[in-house]
Ligand binder design. Structure first.
Ligand SMILES: [Zn+2]
Length: 538
C-alpha cells in the first residue's frame, strides 16, 4: 500500500451545492484501464469526470478531490432517478448524486465478469482512506453507519447505464459485506474510545485475487467495443485524446486517421516525445512555431540512405489535447487541402503521405492497418465532418447582400461566408470556412454568430450570403439521435448550471428521452438537458 498523496483535479465543484455536511454515501467504481491513465483522465478538464480517491491494483492510492467538494462520477438527475436501486438515492429525486456521495475508482480490467473485484492490495488501500471518509462523515453525522444503503456501487445509482460498475450483475461479486463490517467495527472502536487502527488495517477478511482475462472486453465503452482490438493500456490513451479530436472535427479531417497517426507516432502514448513534451504527432518546431521547444532524436528515412537518426527540435505542449488541436491547425496548410472533407480513411491516409507528412515509405499502409486493427473508423461516426462542395451552389452575383440580410437572415438561417471576409473581430478564418454552409446561432445588430461543429465565430452580417431559411425545427429528435448542444445552453440540474464551451464542441447521442429532458451518452456527461438546447447534428 502506498499513499501517493493529493493531486487536486480541476474537475470538481467547490462545496456540495446545499448538501454540505450531509454527504452520506460512499460509491465504488471500477476504471476501464490502467491506474495512471485513469488518474490522468480524471484530472483532464476535457473529461469533466473525477473521483475523490483512485486505487491501483498494487495498492497505491491517490486523492483527487477534497471530501468537502463534489466529484463528478455518479451523475444522475430527474431523468435517471428511476434507475436507482438504492432507496436513499431514490428519495432524492431532485439532487444529483454527486452532491451527497464520495466516489472511489478502483483500477480494474473490465466492467464484465468479476474483474472489478479489488485485489488484496487494493483492499488495504480502501481501508486506509475509508477511515478518512468515515472520520469526515462522523464529524457532522455521528450516528452514521455503513450499510448496503450507505456503501454502494455506481450500479446501484445507474442500474441501467452502469450495471457492471464496479462488478457485473449490479456489483454481485464485490465484497460489500466485508467492507461494511470493517467500517462499522472501526466506528464501534472509535466511539468506544479504543484504538481502531488494527481493525481497519488488518487483512483478516478474505480477499479475492483476480487473474486478468486473456481477452479484455471493452464493451462498456460506447464505440470501443469487443470488435476492436485495443488492449487495456491502449484504451486510456485513446480516450484521453478523443475529446480533443472531436473538438477539432470542424477542421474537416477524419478522426480515425489522426488517431492512427498519434498511435503510430507515439506507440500508444508511450514515446519520450509524448510523455515529456505531449507532442503526439512529431510536429517539429520550425520557424512558424512560437511556443516551447523540446529537442530529441528522431528516425527519418530517405531514398538515398534509408533509415537514419537526427537530433531535431519539436513543438512542446502543456497537454495532449493541445497537441491534437495544434495538429488540426497544422493540417490546414495548403499542401494538405486534399484531405479536408474527404471521408474515406484509405484515401486520406494516402493523400497525407503523398503531401509529404511522413518520410516512411510504408506510412499509408501502416495508418490503414492501425485503423482497421483497432476499428478506429468508429470515431468517424461521432459526427459528420464538413462536406466539401456538395451544398447547393448559389450564384453570388444574383444576391444583393444587404437586401438579403434585411429580408430574411435570422437565427437558424443557413448561410455562407463571402470569399475573403474576416471575422467580426477582424481575424482571417481558415480557407475552408468559405466552402461550407453554416447556421446562424445568434444575431444582434450587424453581428452574427455562426455555428458549425463547435466553431461559434462572429461575422458581420454583410459578409454573409443567405442560402436557405433554415434547417427545420427538430420534432424528430429521439433516442439515438446525434445532437449538438446549442450555445448558451444550461444543464437541467438544480441549481441550473451552464454547459461549458468544450461540451458544445462535441456531438452526443441521446441515451434517454423523458418528455423534453434528454440524457446524453458520453463519458462524464450524465446531466439531463432540455431538448430546446439541442440541435440534430447533420
Ligand atoms: Zn462507475
Amino acid at each position: 500500500m502506498k499513499d501517493l498523496g493529493f493531486k487536486r483535479s480541476p474537475n470538481h465543484r467547490s462545496g456540495r451545492s446545499g448538501w454540505e455536511n450531509k454527504a452520506d454515501i460512499i460509491v465504488h467504481h471500477v476504471t476501464e484501464g490502467a491506474f495512471n491513465g485513469a488518474v490522468s483522465w480524471l484530472c483532464n478538464t476535457l473529461s469533466q469526470a473525477s473521483a475523490h480517491f483512485v486505487t491501483a491494483k498494487d495498492g497505491s492510492f491517490i486523492q483527487l478531490v477534497d471530501l468537502a467538494n463534489t466529484a463528478w462520477c455518479n451523475g444522475n438527475g430527474p431523468t435517471t432517478i428511476g434507475e436507482a436501486l438504492n432507496s436513499l438515492v431514490k428519495s432524492r429525486p431532485n439532487a444529483n448524486a454527486n452532491m451527497y456521495t464520495f466516489s472511489i475508482e478502483n483500477e480494474g480490467w473490465s466492467y464484465k465478469d468479476n474483474f472489478g473485484v479489488p485485489t488484496g492490495a487494493q483492499r488495504e488501500a480502501l481501508r486506509a482512506f475509508h477511515k478518512r471518509i468515515v472520520d469526515y462523515i462522523l464529524s457532522y453525522n455521528p450516528k452514521w453507519r455503513a450499510s448496503r444503503e450507505t456503501v454502494i456501487g455506481h450500479c446501484h445509482i445507474r442500474s441501467r447505464a452502469k450495471p457492471s460498475c464496479p462488478t457485473a450483475n449490479h456489483g454481485e461479486k464485490y465484497p460489500w459485506d466485508d467492507i461494511i463490517t470493517e467500517i462499522n467495527n472501526y466506528i464501534d472502536l472509535k466511539q468506544g474510545g479504543k484504538n481502531p487502527e488494527s481493525i481497519m488495517e488488518s487483512t483478516s477478511t478474505p480477499v479475492v485475487e483476480v487473474t486478468p482475462p486473456a481477452t479484455p472486453d471493452y464493451s462498456a465503452w460506447p464505440g470501443i467495443t469487443k470488435h476492436n482490438g485495443m488492449k487495456g493500456h491502449q484504451i486510456p490513451f485513446v480516450l484521453e485524446i478523443a475529446p480533443a479530436m472531436q473538438a477539432s472535427l470542424d477542421k474537416g479531417i477524419l478522426i480515425s486517421v489522426r488517431m492512427a497517426q498519434a498511435i503510430l507516432e507515439t506507440g500508444w502514448g508511450t514515446s519520450k516525445l509524448a510523455k515529456e513534451a505531449n507532442n503526439l504527432f512529431g510536429v517539429k518546431a520550425d520557424n512558424r512555431w512560437q511556443g516551447p521547444v523540446y529537442n530529441t532524436q528522431t528516425g527519418e528515412w530517405s531514398a538515398h540512405v534509408g533509415s537514419y537518426t537526427i537530433n531535431a527540435p519539436f513543438r512542446a505542449y502543456d497537454t495532449k489535447a493541445e497537441s491534437v488541436l495544434d495538429q488540426a491547425e497544422f493540417l490546414q496548410a495548403p499542401r494538405y487541402a486534399a484531405i479536408i472533407g474527404d471521408k474515406d480513411y484509405k484515401s486520406v491516409a494516402k493523400k497525407i503521405k503523398d503531401a509529404g507528412y511522413a518520410t516512411d515509405p510504408d506510412y499509408t499502409s501502416k495508418l490503414i492497418s492501425v485503423i482497421e486493427t483497432n476499428s478506429l473508423h468508429w470515431f468517424d461516426t461521432l459526427g459528420s465532418i464538413p462536406i466539401k462542395n456538395t451544398e447547393p451552389q448559389v450564384p453570388e452575383s444574383n444576391l444583393p447582400i444587404d437586401t438579403v440580410a434585411a429580408a430574411g437572415m435570422k437565427v437558424g438561417s443557413v448561410v455562407r461566408v463571402k470569399q475573403g471576409a474576416t471575422t467580426y473581430d477582424g481575424r482571417s478564418p481558415a480557407a475552408f470556412v468559405y466552402e461550407h454552409v453554416y447556421q446562424i446561432s445568434s444575431y444582434s445588430g450587424d453581428r452574427v454568430v455562426l455555428d458549425s461543429h463547435g466553431i461559434n465565430s462572429p461575422y458581420n452580417v454583410h459578409d454573409l450570403i443567405l442560402i436557405g431559411a433554415g434547417i427545420p425545427s427538430e420534432p424528430q429528435m429521439k433516442v439515438g439521435s446525434l445532437v449538438k448542444i446549442k450555445p448558451g445552453a444550461k444543464w437541467s440540474v438544480t441549481p441550473e448550471k451552464d454547459v461549458p464551451a468544450w461540451a458544445m464542441a462535441s456531438i452526443y447521442r441521446i441515451d434517454q428521452l423523458d418528455g423534453t429532458k434528454a440524457l446524453l451518452n458520453k463519458d462524464g456527461i450524465n446531466s439531463p438537458i432540455d431538448t430546446k438546447f439541442l440541435m440534430l447534428a447533420h
